[in-house]
Design a protein. Sequence first.
Length: 332
Amino acid sequence: MAHRELDLRERRLVEDLLQAKMSVVSIAARLSRHRSTIYREIQRNRFEDNELPHLSGYYGMLAQKRAAERRHRRRKLIRMTALREAVIDRLKAGWSPEQIAGRLRFEEHRGTICHETIYAFVYSQDGQSQDLARHLPERRRQRKPRYARRPRSLIFPLERAIQNRPDHINDRSGFGDWEGDLMIFRKELGKANVASLVERKTRYAVLFRNNDRSSKHLMNRLIALLSPLPLSARRSITFDRGLEFNRWRDLRMGMGTEAWFCDPQAPWQKGSVENLNKRARRYLPRDTAIAALSDHAMAEISAQLNATPRRCLGYRTPAEAFAEELRQLDLS
């Protein structure tokens, strides 16, 4: 069912029912709306008078006016062609919405705009039709409400940053440290993607089909896949800061594997898996219907990659190098 904002009649009714001391749940039932819609409506459009607190409250006419003003601001980039083109040009040049909004004010452009309005436009139907989100420094599938966002510094804390990664991982002298990523395919082919893993010392590669980009699903698949290995063969995995990896703590609890994270917009810091992805694209181009590929087919592609001699391994194959490291673990 399409989203539909409250109209003036409904807002007046909300005002009357609040004055009658009716609960929000009862008001929502009366209007055939979800209770969250009514809670949000009251929170966003409530009038506050600091000098005369007894006048504070929800007023239907004022709420309607505020909603219309927000709608008008959102459509600024639709109405003003020159402003819209200026914003789109700068997005394509790699500027963030904050930089665009600030620069327009600095230039005293005929039309100025808030960076939140730019984000709203990018994720609107008009912006999605032009695929503007791909130009953002950090792309999301959809824009979350401003006050509902969780800072990424809390999701990927500083102590997990790649700068704090132990030396034996950085210089590849240790075994059992992996890099992980997702290979994404054309949107119209569905949500399925391919998770790629490579062990840093031996360049041993693992590819598997991932039908769901949710972090919980992905981490469960990783745990199921790597758990049969000895703990010394799965000590850590380095990821980028994509939200599909935000359940990284599950790895530690599920199988004792630590997680490390690259700096924002620095995929070269996990160069081994980036290189693996490029090699795998020979078998899995972006127009591949991943959902139709069997697990056996994915295993065959991994085996092909692991059977190719590598100069960095003295022309041994990754499969040979990985097997030798496992034998050393058994002997120790």
